[in-house]
Design a binder for this molecule. Structure first.
Ligand code: FES
Length: 260
């Protein structure tokens, strides 16, 4: 890895080779809209909102518009994040998003930031909050389950388990639902039962407090594939934290005793 120098909106910025532009821009606290970006998963350039204008001195006046989440930094790159053309492009995209998701707060807010409060396109007849950012699918893949995917085309495109039935590979970890930027993916925890994607899971109980921990299927997966001892799942995170605090206290006390 080596350091490269780029110019962002007239300011010299250093970055590392291998970094994507969006990460560098965010580190510089530049507000770049993005719907499909999530730091835990690989970018895929779906929403196009993070588009910026790039050029180089040797390009002799030629410039390009690129999705910054997928564009690797390179020495000498000159970036404009809010040129008139970039803003117009984002406005058009947000106008289209608003036509497809007129009731989605996230889209309304992002569009309003770009001065778009009403779509100029025909709205879809039955809008929902799934913005097809694909974060849920990529996170599920990254977790190692691949229980859901994007299916169908055009207006019928949606995220769903295979054959729209309870997905056999889901373990009820909630990574999809908790990372969905619009809260579209619904789940229900009732007592020690969790329901998500039409599938029901048993939630384990903390052996000390009786509080819920994780689903039985998720614990089995972690024991088998991540070599985490089964014993670990007898307690939830809070109990583990308390145990750690008690043990740390004992170590501090022991240190005091031996040094006095
Ligand atoms: S964040 Fe969606 S295309 Fe870059």
């Amino acid at each position: 890895m080596s350091t490269v120098t780029i110019t962002v909106n007239g300011k010299i910025v250093r970055a590392q080779t291998g970094e994507y532009l969006l990460g560098v821009l965010r580190r510089e606290k530049i507000d770049i809209p993005a719907l499909c970006h999530h730091e835990a998963v690989e970018p895929y350039g779906g929403c196009r909102l993070c588009t910026v204008e790039v050029t180089k001195a040797e390009w002799k006046g030629w410039s390009d518009h690129v999705v910054s989440c997928l564009y690797p930094v390179a020495d000498g790159l000159i970036v404009q994040t809010h040129s008139a053309k970039v803003i117009e492009l984002r406005r058009t995209l947000l106008d289209l998003y608003l036509a497809r998701h007129p009731q989605t707060k996230l889209i309304q807010d992002m569009a309003a930031d770009y001065g778009v409060t009403q779509t100029s396109y025909q709205t879809v007849p039955e809008p929902n909050n799934c913005i097809l950012c694909g974060i849920c699918v990529r996170i599920c893949d990254r977790m190692g389950f691949s229980a859901i995917s994007a299916v169908n085309r055009g207006h019928g495109r949606e995220i769903a388990p295979p054959l729209n039935e309870a997905p056999p590979d889901c373990v009820g970890c909630l990574a999809c639902a908790l990372n969905c930027p619009t809260g579209y993916i619904k789940y229900e925890d009732a007592g020690f039962k969790r329901t998500i994607w039409k599938r029901e899971f048993e939630i384990l109980r903390d052996a000390k407090t009786g509080a819920p921990t994780i689903t039985k299927e998720f614990s089995e997966y972690l024991v088998k594939n991540r070599a985490i001892p089964q014993e670990y799942f007898k307690f939830n995170d809070e109990s583990h934290r308390k145990d750690t605090a008690v043990n740390m206290g004992k170590i501090v006390q022991w240190n005091r005793e031996v040094s006095s």
